[in-house]
Design a protein around this ligand. Structure first.
Ligand SMILES: C[S@@+](CC[C@H](N)C(=O)[O-])C[C@H]1O[C@@H](n2cnc3c(N)ncnc32)[C@H](O)[C@@H]1O
Length: 418
C-alpha cells in the first residue's frame, strides 16, 4: 500500500532509523577533542560558528517543481537577513508565459480557482509548489512568511522523529480522546501527514483529512486519507458540525488568535465529537536544583517566547489549551501532562528513551526551529544566531542538568445538544 520512500515507509523501516540514531549517539557521547561524526550531508553537528557559518551558503537542492516567470516578493511575511528571496525554479528558465496570478502569495486560497476540471476538487495553484530559500533552508511559499519552520528534507525527518516520540509518550496510542467509530477526522497543520496516515490505517472506515501550508505529504497514502493545502487561520470552508475528531499537534507559534481558532474548530465538530490538542513548552524546567536561575535553558526559553510575541503567534498554548477549549464550548475536558527530558538523564526507562530521542531531535532540529525566528523576526545576524544554537547543542549534552520540557494532551467533547 505504501511507496517504499513514503514517510511511513521510512518510519517503519528500522534500517533507516537505526544508523542515524547510532551515529548521533556516537557523536553526542564522543569526547570534544575527537572528530565528530557527521549526519548526512549537512554539518549541523559542530559547535563552531565558523564551520556552521560555512554551511549556510550550501543550498539544499530540491527538485524544482514549477518555474515562476519572475522573482516573487514576500507580501505578507518578513524578510530574512540571508534571504535568497527566490524559489528554486526561477533559475531554470522554464515556465515562461505562465499566468501571473498563480504567483499571488497573498491569496488566501490554497487552490487554483481557474481549474477547468469541473469537479469539486480544484487543482493546486502552482505557487503552492514553490518555496523560499533563507539561510540555506527551504520554506513554504503559500502564505509566505506565515510559519517559522523550514519544510525541507531535514525538517520533515525531524517531524517524523517527533511523531515517534509522541507514540512512545502515549504508549503507542495516536490519541487519548475516547472516540468511537469516527467517520470524519481532521488533522490541522499536519506536517508530513504521518499522523493522518496512521489514523487512516487504524480507522479504515473513516475519512482522514490533513491540512497544511506546505505540500510535503507523500502521494502514496491509504485510500481513506487525503491532504489539503490551506491556512487554518483563515475561515474554514469545511461543512459545519462535520468532524467526529479534530486533532492539533505542535501548532505553537502558528496561530495568531487561539480563541478564534478553537471557535472554528467547535463549529466544525459534530455534536458529540471530540477535539484533541497536543503541545509542549519551549521553556525547559527541572524538579530539582540542577537548573539554576542562570542556566542557558532559561535564556533559550525566554528568547523563544519573546520572539513568538514579536511574530504575533505565541508559544505558550501548552498550558492554555484546557481553558481555551472550554471557553470555546467543549465539555468533559481532560488535561494529561507529560515530560520530554532534554537528554537521557532520567533513570526511568521510558523517560530515558524519550530523553535520548529528544536530545537527537533538538540537536539536529534547533537550527530549523530557530533560525528564521532569530534572524527574520528578531533581527539577529546569522553568526550571532549560530553561536546561540551552538550553545544550546553544548547544553543538550550535559546529563547533570535534569531538565525537561513539560507538555499537555488536552481533549474535550462538543455537547450533543449543541
Ligand atoms: C511543528 S509542525 C507540526 C506538524 C504536525 N502537526 C506534527 O505533529 O507532526 C507545524 C506544522 O503546521 C503547519 N502550519 C503552520 N501554520 C499553519 C497555518 N496557518 N495553516 C496550516 N498549516 C500551518 C506548518 O506548515 C507545519 O507543517
Amino acid at each position: 500500500m505504501f511507496a517504499t520512500d513514503s514517510v511511513r515507509g521510512r518510519l517503519l523501516n528500522r534500517a533507516y532509523w537505526w544508523p542515524k540514531y547510532c551515529l548521533l549517539v556516537a557523536q553526542l557521547t564522543s569526547p570534544p577533542d575527537k572528530p565528530k561524526v557527521q549526519l548526512g550531508a549537512h554539518s549541523t553537528s559542530q559547535d563552531s560558528v565558523v564551520q556552521i557559518g560555512d554551511s549556510h551558503v550550501v543550498q539544499a537542492a530540491p527538485v524544482p517543481l514549477h518555474t515562476p516567470p519572475h522573482p516573487h516578493h514576500a507580501q505578507d511575511g518578513p524578510q530574512a537577513g540571508h534571504d535568497e528571496g527566490h524559489d528554486q525554479g526561477e533559475d531554470q528558465g522554464q515556465g515562461q508565459g505562465e499566468d501571473e496570478d498563480t504567483y499571488d502569495f497573498v491569496s488566501d486560497s490554497g487552490i487554483d480557482s481557474s481549474s477547468l476540471l469541473g469537479d469539486e476538487t480544484d487543482t493546486l495553484a502552482s505557487s503552492i509548489l514553490h518555496y523560499r530559500i533563507e539561510n540555506g533552508r527551504q520554506y513554504h511559499a503559500y502564505r509566505d512568511g506565515a510559519y517559522w519552520g523550514p519544510n525541507d528534507e531535514r525538517a520533515k525527518e525531524l517531524l517524523d522523529f517527533a511523531h515517534h516520540m509522541y507514540l512512545i509518550t502515549l504508549d503507542q496510542k495516536l490519541h487519548l480522546a475516547p472516540i468511537d467509530n469516527p467517520q470524519n477526522i481532521l488533522d490541522v497543520g499536519t506536517g508530513t501527514g504521518i499522523w493522518c496516515i496512521d489514523m487512516a490505517d487504524q480507522y479504515p472506515e473513516a475519512t482522514v483529512t490533513g491540512t497544511d501550508l506546505s505540500p510535503i505529504q507523500p502521494e502514496w497514502v491509504p485510500p481513506n486519507c487525503h491532504f489539503e493545502i490551506d491556512d487554518v487561520s483563515l475561515e474554514w470552508t469545511f461543512p459545519p458540525n462535520h468532524f467526529d475528531f479534530i486533532h492539533i499537534r505542535e501548532l505553537f507559534g502558528c496561530i495568531p488568535d487561539w480563541d478564534s481558532f478553537f471557535q472554528q474548530a467547535y463549529a466544525h465538530t459534530k455534536p458529540g465529537g471530540w477535539i484533541e490538542i497536543v503541545e509542549h513548552s519551549v521553556q525547559a524546567t527541572a524538579d530539582d536544583d540542577t537548573m539554576g536561575p542562570d542556566h542557558f535553558f532559561h535564556l533559550w526559553g525566554t528568547t523563544v517566547i519573546s520572539l513568538g510575541e514579536t511574530f504575533g503567534k505565541s508559544f505558550t498554548i501548552w498550558n492554555e489549551s484546557k481553558e481555551r477549549i472550554e471557553r470555546a464550548g467543549f465539555v468533559d475536558v481532560v488535561e494529561v501532562t507529560y515530560k520530554w527530558p532534554m537528554n537521557g538523564w532520567p533513570e526511568d526507562r521510558k523517560l530515558k528513551d524519550i530523553g535520548k530521542w529528544n536530545q537527537l531531535r533538538l540537536h539536529e532540529g534547533i537550527e530549523g526551529y530557530m533560525i528564521r525566528l532569530l534572524t527574520t523576526v528578531g533581527g539577529w545576524d546569522f553568526a550571532r544566531a549560530q553561536l546561540f544554537l551552538a550553545q544550546m547543542r553544548i547544553e543538550l549534552k550535559n546529563y547533570k542538568t535534569h531538565a525537561y520540557l513539560p507538555g499537555t494532551v488536552v481533549y474535550g467533547r462538543k455537547p450533543l445538544q449543541a
